[in-house]
Design a protein around this ligand. Structure first.
Ligand SMILES: C[S@@+](CC[C@H](N)C(=O)[O-])C[C@H]1O[C@@H](n2cnc3c(N)ncnc32)[C@H](O)[C@@H]1O
Length: 308
């Protein structure tokens, strides 16, 4: 199953790739962006790919066998500093984050991400670790479920859906995506005709199970730490919660830190760490026609400055 890379040319332009430098793709997926980066880095350039999903990693390992300039690491990008330390790399010249899930993750029913394809209720990007969605749905109380649906899905019927889940599981364990999808649909008093009734709840559970927003926060900090001066960070996000976080993190790092006026910071610490490059970029009509997944994509780019 393939994945069409989103905002490919825009992300590559944003990264401003230079020959023979070192790049990091934090979200390898099926390697669409990685292959394009490799095509631009020159004979002595290097690219490190990260992904927390073992099936993405196996695609990346094959690419590494074909191309000695590429290395694939199985890790969450919040741990990118550890991954670079293990490779003896202190700084990189560009970092890409193409957030969220890949098409194969969504489309393979056995990954349990989608209410449109019936499968085991899992939703873990890395099924080798952590709690599955079915395990969480079986143990969380009504209050916790409602909280997750509200915070990560902005679901206005969060309490009602949470109560329906807890009631349904008292008669039969909720183990499949179709089962959960139906419970959610039945619990919604008003249907939004533009969206499947389970969209927000599935998004919320996925974000929660994978700790996605915390990953983005920690990953961005780590990325900013490891970018060399003049290096670019390009981040593609797919929904407003994610984009808000990215926007805030890049904006904060592009402002000088506020020190205590009685104790001014030394010059190198008083400067901002990033410089924003241009405005947020969205997919054009040509790309949208070819790839509807690009509809909600937003690309933001920033450059590392000299600050410590
Ligand atoms: C949108 S896809 C990337 C697609 C890729 N750019 C391509 O062209 O094929 C997102 C990928 O990032 C991975 N991912 C998401 N969050 C991650 C995290 N915190 N750490 C590592 N990988 C993550 C997912 O497993 C998925 O494979």
């Amino acid at each position: 199953m393939s994945h069409i890379p989103v905002l490919l040319h825009e992300a590559l332009n944003g990264l401003c790739i230079k020959q023979d430098r070192v790049y990091l793709d934090c979200t390898f997926g099926r390697g669409g962006h990685s292959r394009a980066i490799l095509a631009s880095v020159g004979e002595f350039g290097r690219l490190i790919g990260l992904d927390r999903d073992p099936s993405a990693v196996s695609v990346g390992l094959k690419l590494a066998q074909e191309d000695p300039r590429f290395r694939m690491i199985h890790t969450a990008f919040s741990k990118l500093e550890e991954a670079l330390d293990n490779l003896g790399i202190e700084r990189v010249d560009g970092i890409l984050m193409d957030l969220g899930v890949s098409s194969p993750q969504l489309e393979e029913a056995n990954r349990g991400f989608s209410f449109q394809a019936d499968g085991p209720l899992d939703m873990r990007m890395d099924p080798t670790t952590g709690e599955s969605a079915a395990e969480w749905v079986a143990r969380a109380d009504t209050k916790e479920i409602a909280h997750v649906l509200w915070v990560f899905g902005e679901e206005r019927f969060s309490r009602r859906i949470a109560r329906a889940i807890v009631e349904a599981r008292s008669t039969k364990p909720i183990q499949t995506t179709a089962q959960l999808g139906k419970i959610i649909s039945d619990a919604q008093p008003i249907k939004d005709h533009n969206k499947h009734p389970a969209t927000r709840t599935f998004q919320a559970i996925r974000l929660y199970i994978n700790g996605e927003l915390t990953e983005v926060e920690q990953g961005l900090n780590a990325a900013i730490n490891r970018l060399d001066i003049g290096g670019r960070l390009a981040v593609i996000s797919f929904h407003s919660l994610e984009d808000r976080l990215v926007k805030r993190a890049l904006r904060d790092a592009s402002r000088p830190p506020r020190g205590d006026p009685r104790m001014p910071l030394p010059d190198n610490l008083a400067k901002s760490k990033l410089r924003l490059i241009g405005k947020a970029i969205k997919a054009g009509p040509g790309e949208l026609q070819m790839n509807p997944r690009a509809r909600s994509a937003v690309l933001r780019v920033a450059e590392r400055t000299e600050a410590a």
